[in-house]
Design a protein around this ligand. Structure first.
Ligand SMILES: CC(C)(COP(=O)(O)OP(=O)(O)OC[C@H]1O[C@@H](n2cnc3c(N)ncnc32)[C@H](O)[C@@H]1OP(=O)(O)O)[C@@H](O)C(=O)NCCC(=O)NCCS
Length: 390
């Protein structure tokens, strides 16, 4: 067991006042999450749940252990994911694995591998009772060492807040987009400012209770269908036909450039059919299911737009709105609304246990927000996007 009194940390560990930081081992074997080295994954889940209950009042957004493991082993050729935990002194006597309960903070770094060689995504969380003692800084320094070693020069991170945006005034930080506000006094904002990050964008986090009443959905569906003549909707659950993967890859590629990125230095992330297939397989392997609707332009036989939601088999009441995109050349035909309604229609059949959908949209993304408001999404929180140049 390392402690400041005992001096030098072992290789790969960073020690602060009462904690040490280490890389999360990837549990292996037939039943990896039951293996002794899974303690750090389970500890990360506990931290996420506690931080979200404290900050948001619910833990819908906390990843479960299976999903965390999936992000560490699947698709690493596209996005390498490194995880860290801060373990309280006393969490182990040095001979046994620490207990999940001894994890007091966690950090995640994502490194795009096939594009964006300059970029790293980073996120740090510390249990409320362990804050302002340097734990977040120790986790951040561990991230920083690895992302510098990987040659990354731009770091993007985010901080969340439940409830409403702050009113305009001295505590309200406004990004250069001019849209949205985030409180300067928020611990995540204070921490990010301290590390030199700059606020670039503010997103609205919204909730939609589902199923959506027919009285709201029916006229929206009828209006969208009337405006979208010449387009046909396909809906797929958990698997997309092989012949459609390439068309979907074009849409995923355009997600990286066509959704508003404000000043975040995110370059095009190219997709092909294999990557789309791998992504969908990885979702299923991690216990997630998805419903995807795509609008086909009948004359050209191309996929012009799509929308996708996903949920965990273990917690089907919580649904996440993933990507939605309409190619620029096909906008103005209400295809965004059309595919979103199609997803909600299918969701009520494929997952009758669904109770709420979470979505995040840039505050300057007027068109997407208008569609979501029409569907019944209501503001639930604020997310801030930060950027640091190394
Ligand atoms: C942000 C967070 C990770 C900070 O963890 P932490 O262990 O408290 O961080 P540290 O103790 O290392 O704080 C480092 C510095 O950040 C600043 N800071 C952090 N929290 C602060 C707060 N509540 N008020 C003012 N300054 C704060 C201070 O400058 C602090 O140094 P100091 O204590 O010497 O004054 C933690 O509050 C948290 O988990 N928040 C929720 C998740 C989140 O928002 N993450 C976003 C960051 S990517």
């Amino acid at each position: 067991m390392t402690s400041p009194a005992q001096g030098v940390p072992r290789h790969g560990e960073l020690v602060t006042a009462r904690v040490r930081v280490l890389r999360v081992p990837v549990p292996a074997g037939d039943d990896p999450l039951a293996s002794p080295e899974a303690w750090a994954v389970h500890g990360s889940v506990l931290v996420d749940r506690a931080v979200e209950l404290d900050g948001l009042g619910y833990d819908d957004l906390a990843l479960d252990a299976r999903t965390i493991l999936t992000t560490m082993v699947e698709e690493q050729e596209h996005k390498r994911v490194l995880r860290y935990v801060a373990v309280a002194d006393g969490g182990t006597d040095g001979s046994a694995a620490p207990s999940p309960e001894s994890v007091v903070g966690r950090a995640v770094v994502g490194l795009p591998m096939r594009s964006n060689p300059h970029l790293a995504l980073a996120h740090v969380r510390v249990l409320p009772g362990w804050r302002r003692q340097g734990v977040g800084t120790a986790l951040w320094e561990a991230c920083l060492a690895d992302l510098r070693a990987a040659g990354r020069t731009v770091v993007v991170g985010d901080a969340d807040l439940g409830g409403a945006e702050p009113p305009p005034g001295p505590d309200a930080l406004v990004p250069p987009t001019g849209s949205g506000r985030f409180p300067r006094s928020d611990p995540g904002a204070q921490f990010a400012l301290r590390q030199g990050f700059v606020l670039e964008q503010v997103d609205r986090h919204s909730h939609l209770p589902v199923p959506v009443p027919a009285g709201r959905l029916d006229p929206l569906r009828a209006g969208a269908r009337a405006a979208a003549s010449g387009y046909r909707v396909h809906v797929w659950c958990d698997e997309v036909p092989e012949e459609r993967l390439a068309g979907l890859a074009t849409l995923y590629t355009r997600m990286s450039t066509d959704a508003p990125n404000a000043g975040l230095e995110i370059e095009e992330d190219p997709w092909d059919a294999d990557r789309v297939r791998d992504k969908h397989r990885a979702m299923l392997a991690g216990g997630s299911r998805f419903v995807l609707a795509a609008a086909e332009h009948e004359e050209s036989d191309t996929l012009a737009g799509f929308s996708c939601v996903s949920f965990s088999e273990d917690r089907p009441e919580v649904v996440f709105q993933d990507d939605t995109l309409v190619l620029r050349e096909h906008r103005g035909h209400r295809l965004g609304l059309l595919v979103k309604v199609a997803v909600l229609d299918e969701l009520s059949r494929a997952n009758p246990a669904a109770r709420r959908v979470h979505t995040w949209n840039a505050q300057e993304n007027d068109h997407m927000l208008a569609i979501n408001v029409a569907l019944g999404f209501a503001p639930a929180g604020v997310q801030s996007e930060w950027q640091l140049h190394l």
